[in-house]
Design a protein around this ligand. Structure first.
Ligand code: SAH
Length: 354
């Protein structure tokens, strides 16, 4: 069975159709059914000859993963737990915000980066996702929308480190932005990375978010272990090169962890580190993860932190938490749903985007 969501399957499909003396427009017609008309199966493709639909289903498949769980949160966030053909499990999320319909997708089964506060890397990494599996997440989430709504944004901020799987990720994003794919412009696609300096420059077509989390190497290495070999200086240099090459404003992400990186001196160091750069600092109050000891800072600590950043002239945004009641918020995606639910009663920072 060939996975039709793998871009590499389209050539074989075309010759397969030609062998069956099908008209030249068939492949485009099938693509339209998949990306635009949201077919669930070949059977759904009602303007294809019936026998052809059956033959297609015998040779090709649209889906390789099973939806193992579909969770919905009161704020409109929906999360899918997908079980892959080899039993691996990943999660992906649909977020609603005004007119925006954003999806957050995974790039690996698990994660090897080992950031101490994140659920995705608790059990290490199993493997990279295939291009087809990445496209499949997009299309499964798309099909949760009513027919008159379309996906508007993609963030690659789910499980895994995207820069370790660029060879499979980039073709999937090409399908997302293609006119005969999901037609989501590059400007609405963001890749979030722990910050591996070398591959950053392959991403100049897309928005880039670099997970900073600390203003100095000593602290960053403690909470983001990969920093030991990369170091902040190299990451910032690569980020500057990205900006020079792309002209796109860079985003730095900063997960605020109570007592660890949320002190006034950290905010002051951040101002020194980032002042003068065309960048947005996206501060994410920590989303609790079952079994991990970290805590969301109090509203007071968060406000104090923000005030120092603003006084220092940084461009700052505090991320609104979404989907935490179904563990779909940043850093809460994991392979195995834990028995104990993450507490949702943790202090909320009570902040808004802006
Ligand atoms: N590996 C990539 C993408 C996945 S994580 C990266 O490191 O950027 C997406 C974002 O969520 C990262 O900034 C990550 O550090 C952050 N994150 C991880 N765990 C979190 C948590 N428990 N609460 C809030 N944000 C978290």
């Amino acid at each position: 069975m060939q996975h039709l969501l793998e871009p590499a399957s389209w050539k074989p499909l075309q010759s397969w159709l030609a062998d069956r003396r099908q008209p030249a427009f068939r492949a485009a017609q099938i693509r339209r059914w998949i990306f635009e008309r949201r077919a669930e199966s070949f059977e759904d493709m009602s303007d294809l000859p019936k026998a052809l639909r059956a033959d297609l289903a015998a040779e090709f498949t649209l889906w390789t993963a099973r939806i193992a769980r579909h969770s919905q949160s009161a704020d409109g966030t929906e999360k899918l737990l997908l079980e892959l053909a080899d039993g691996g499990r990943i999660e992906c999320v649909l977020l609603r915000d005004g007119d925006r319909r954003s999806i957050c997708i995974s790039s690996q089964v698990g994660c090897a980066m080992g950031c101490v506060f994140c659920a995705s890397g608790l059990d290490g990494v199993d493997r990279n996702l295939t291009t087809g599996e990445i496209v499949e997440q997009m299309l499964r989430l798309q099909r949760l929308l009513p027919p008159d709504e379309r996906l508007s944004h993609i963030v690659v901020m789910g499980m895994g480190e995207p820069l370790q799987n660029l060879d499979n990720l980039l073709p999937a994003l090409a399908e997302a932005s293609a006119d005969d794919g999901l037609a989501i412009s590059h400007r609405r696609i963001t890749i979030s990375t722990v910050g591996l300096p070398k591959p950053l420059l392959r991403l100049t077509q897309y928005n880039l978010a670099v997970s900073l989390h600390a203003p100095n190497d000593e602290l960053r290495t403690r909470i983001v272990p990969t920093n030991k070999s990369t170091g902040l200086a190299d990451i910032l240099a690569a980020a500057d090169q990205y900006f020079a090459a792309s002209g796109r404003r860079l985003t730095f992400e900063y997960v605020l962890l109570a007592g660890l990186n949320d002190q006034p001196q950290h905010a002051e160091e951040l101002v020194d580190l980032l002042a003068g750069r065309t960048a947005l600092l996206n501060v994410i109050p920590y989303n609790p993860v079952a079994g991990l000891p970290y805590e969301t800072p109090s509203g007071n600590a968060t406000n104090r932190f923000r005030d120092i950043l603003l006084a220092g002239g940084l461009n700052v945004k505090f991320r609104q938490r979404k989907g935490d009641e179904i563990n779909a918020a940043c850093g809460q995606l994991r392979r195995i749903t834990p028995q104990v639910n993450t507490p949702t009663s943790s202090p909320r920072a009570g902040l808004q985007i802006g």
